[in-house]
Design a protein around this ligand. Structure first.
Ligand code: GTQ
Ligand code: FE2
Length: 352
């Protein structure tokens, strides 16, 4: 641009005016100067709107039960209260890539069969006697169970029991919608036929054998429910033998038994025991992480803030934010994030 040379004086004001005129001109051609936005695009460290936050189960469960008074599961399709990150209101997400919500099914209710591209996980909070039927397996839900619903897997929920059932839903909807790849459909039947009884896929695929002819490659776990009753004793073994990470405690990763990889390509989860008095070393990673307390009581320092948690409380650590856990009592923390997606793309990092 030779604009300045033709101006009477090469003042700052003139240059700015010329630049703006130029920006206005190129905007008509759907172009914009990179130099004005580059620093916001290539940041030296992750930049996020995500804020740390905690949802108390005492509040969440009371408000959930009130939702039961204003809408039926059938009317709602899924009676879920979205846990919205306070830094991203109106965006139906808890991190930039993940959705989280608390779902309620009252005795006698069903949530009809459907399927969608978004993968889901359920982490069971409270109640008994309800089930989720996934790909023909009727998984009974108990506190601490970790249940997966992979991409395009048919699923419906029902509560033939006597108590309200609540669980944490985590879905990769913001990731699927980022790529603009969402599909969904309903079935004519409200409930799917369940040919496989409770625990079927765990026994078949996660007992040291595989059904003969099982695929050698599968990008999601074939196991529907990883029951807490089976996971909890493993944490006890790790604790007893001193296999306790100074940041994460005695931790297992939920794995796909076909290849040892994550349970889903978009989401990965852990279960960790923090011994009583545990004072975790600080840690950070690029995957914003959702935690849910399955047992015990403690606190986590996230950035400069301290969050006190108890059973069934949910809290969120933003990407690249340092955190450290403290356990007042022996505690079990479930955690889930988009780490497998980041790792597959070569993006994931961690540090102390
Ligand atoms: O239970 O199928 O929280 O489809 C969001 C979307 C739950 C479900 C959610 C869903 C479901
Ligand atoms: Fe669903």
């Amino acid at each position: 641009m030779a604009v300045a040379a033709t101006q009477p004086a090469n003042t700052k004001h003139n240059i700015e005016g010329a630049r703006q005129a130029y920006y206005d001109k190129i905007a008509k051609y759907h172009m914009t100067p990179l130099w004005e936005v580059l620093k916001g695009l290539v940041t030296p460290e992750p930049k996020t709107q995500c804020k740390p936050a905690l949802w108390k189960f005492k509040d969440a469960s009371r408000l959930m039960l009130e939702a039961g008074d204003v809408i039926t599961a059938e009317e709602a399709e899924r009676r879920v209260l979205v846990l919205e990150n306070p830094g991203m209101p109106g965006k139906s997400r808890i991190t930039n890539s993940l959705f989280a919500g608390i779902q309620l099914i009252l005795p006698g209710e069903i949530a009809e069969a459907h399927r969608h591209v978004s993968s889901a996980i359920r982490f069971v909070l409270d109640g008994e006697g309800a089930y989720t039927a996934v790909e023909g397996e009727k998984a009974m839900m108990q506190h601490g169970d970790f249940i997966i619903t992979a991409n395009w897997a048919p699923h419906d929920h029902g509560n033939p029991g006597k108590t309200p059932m609540m669980w944490l839903d985590v879905l990769d909807m913001p990731t699927v919608n980022h790529f603009e790849t969402s599909f969904a459909e309903h079935f004519d039947e409200k409930m799917q036929n369940t040919a496989h009884e409770d625990g079927d896929s765990f026994d078949r695929y996660a007992s040291g054998v595989l059904p003969d002819g099982a695929p050698a490659h599968l990008n999601r776990s074939p196991v529907i429910n990883y029951p807490y009753a089976k996971m909890r004793p493993i944490l006890e073994r790790l604790k007893k033998s001193g296999d306790i990470d100074k940041r994460h405690g005695a931790r297992v990763r939920y794995a796909n038994p076909i290849n040892g990889g994550p349970v889903l390509p978009t989401m990965g989860a852990f279960l960790s025991l923090l011994p009583a008095g545990f004072k975790g070393a600080p840690y950070r990673s690029t995957d914003g992480t959702i935690f849910c307390c399955a047992e015990g009581q403690g606190s986590s320092k996230i950035g400069d803030e301290t969050f006190e948690w108890g059973v069934n409380d949910v809290f969120i650590v933003p990407p690249w934010q340092r955190y450290a856990h403290n356990a007042a009592k022996e505690s079990v923390l479930f955690s889930i994030s988009d780490r497998p997606a980041q790792e597959a793309l070569g993006l994931w990092r961690e540090s102390n």
